[in-house]
Design a protein around this ligand. Structure first.
Ligand SMILES: [Zn+2]
Length: 465
């Protein structure tokens, strides 16, 4: 399953902080472990990525920013969100804490205000060039520094510094910390974008108010976003006044969007907070579609995948064209060793997915790989390549691609795919080793040979650190 599977960070830098093993294909328990052990990892999920992109798109348009931003979901309970280049990083914790789409949209609007205002341009350029995984590793370093500062442990703070490219710089700049004037500018811009898109600024206010009350509690966990976005009382009151001036202040999110938001929260709760999280989350609405979805996912994850199937079919009766219900059905069928049926469900998910996520064809390819006939292996290569064309940095996809080629006996392509997987996980040394092996088997000048050469020549990972 690709939904919420994890990429552990396999770069050498990250390894020095925590013993990190390669993510397994089904990383459910790993995700719980990752939380327990404070590891940072990236979550890949077609449904959540599509929703957050829907939140961002109109705001970015109003801000005059380029569309086509990719969404990176960082598996972390704390509240954080920021944009680097064409990528938006957002913690799963922020999505889970936000009760309405509007609360997240407000944060996105505020972030868009920082970008449009040209705040921290130099740092942003650096982040835009860095590999996704290097930034996430940098966040881990920066997070460790915050923890170090909070506990006054200099040693811990040092351990976190310079852990990955950009990490030290981010730390020096106080975790993307903004100046007070920049905060005011971003608030004002955000209000403009929200008004232009007919949305309320109430959610943004709710989020910042929540931070303010959290900050006043001594000893409380400090979210990274609080550190980078100070919320003095006068800022909140100014924001409140501006928000209330808008004709859209009392406008609510459309019910269909709120439902997608609730289903997303159900998914994050099940995968990151465990089995009981869904009933806690939907105490007020225990029979709604989001609660049913959460219940089906919890049964699949913590109970019995076979017992989840009728629950998923009940969901599909209500929304037959929801690609993520078909995806979940595929996941459950994979877990019950029915790859041929799973492939059918994933194929339907791919077909119904309007936004063409790279994640879904890779899951489809994984099921075809599990069928294991020469014909299905060839189809697996096609599907996984489709996924990777849409989603170049999907390290898990390269792992399955390598397996498919390996089973087909194409060792050169298998080694090249392995090299790519290492490359996009930030393990540059291993990437170069496999690229060199692959290159020996390719004919000089062929596309595979050239791509292997690119990886060998890449300057990534050549810095001493
Ligand atoms: Zn800010």
């Amino acid at each position: 399953m690709q939904a919420l599977s994890l990429y552990s960070l396999v770069s050498k830098a990250a390894r020095s902080v925590a013993a990190i093993s390669l993510a397994t294909a089904i990383a459910v328990s790993a995700s719980v472990d990752a939380f327990a052990q404070g590891r940072v990892s990236v979550v890949r999920d077609a449904e959540i990525e599509a929703l957050v992109r829907d939140y961002a798109r109109p705001i970015f348009k109003a801000a005059g920013l380029r569309p086509g931003v990719s969404i990176i979901l960082v598996n972390d309970r704390s509240f954080n969100a920021f944009v680097a280049g064409q990528r938006m990083f957002i913690n799963t914790g922020a999505l889970l804490q936000a009760e309405t789409p509007n609360e997240i949209i407000g944060v996105i609007a505020h972030e868009a205000g920082h970008i449009a205002g040209g705040h921290q341009e130099r740092l942003r350029e650096q982040l835009a060039r860095a590999q996704t995984m290097a930034i996430v590793a940098g966040l881990l370093g920066a997070g460790a520094i915050v923890a170090g500062a909070a506990t006054k442990s200099g040693e811990l703070a040092q351990a976190g510094g310079g852990i990955a490219m950009g990490g030290g710089e981010m730390a020096r700049r106080g975790l993307l910390g903004y100046q007070r004037t920049e905060e005011t500018t971003a608030d004002r811009s955000a209000i403009t974008y929200l008004a232009a898109t007919g949305q309320s600024a109430k959610g943004m206010l709710t989020t910042f108010e929540r931070f303010q009350s959290a900050l006043s509690l001594s000893g409380a966990r400090v979210d990274p976003y609080q550190i980078s976005h100070p919320t003095p009382r006068d800022r909140i009151s100014n924001l409140e006044q501006l928000a209330k001036n808008s004709p859209y202040y009392d406008r609510k999110d459309p019910p269909a969007l709120q439902l997608r938001h609730d289903m997303m929260r159900a998914k994050i709760a099940v995968f990151t907070e465990g089995q009981g999280a869904v009933s806690r989350l939907f105490r007020k609405e225990p029979t709604g579609l989001a609660a049913q979805y959460g219940n089906a996912m919890a049964t699949y994850l913590y109970g019995n995948a076979r017992a989840a199937l009728p629950k998923i079919d009940a969901l599909l009766k209500q929304q037959p064209k929801n690609p993520y219900f078909h995806e979940l059905r595929g996941d459950a069928l994979m877990k019950t060793n029915q790859p041929a049926k799973a492939a059918e469900s994933y194929a339907r998910a791919v077909q119904l997915d309007q936004v063409k996520s790279g994640v879904l064809p890779i899951s489809y390819g994984q099921a075809l790989l599990a069928i294991g006939t020469p014909d299905s292996l060839k189809k697996a290569v096609t599907q996984i390549r489709t996924g990777l064309d849409r989603d170049r940095e999907n390290a898990t996809g390269y792992r399955y691609l390598a397996q498919a080629y390996g089973q087909l006996g194409d060792i050169a392509e298998a080694e090249l795919a392995t090299a790519e997987g290492h490359y996009y996980s930030g393990a540059y040394r291993d990437a170069k080793i496999f690229a060199a092996r692959a290159q020996q088997k390719f004919k000089r000048g062929t596309p595979g040979w050239i791509r292997a050469q690119d990886i060998i020549n890449s300057r990534q990972g050549t810095k001493k650190k």
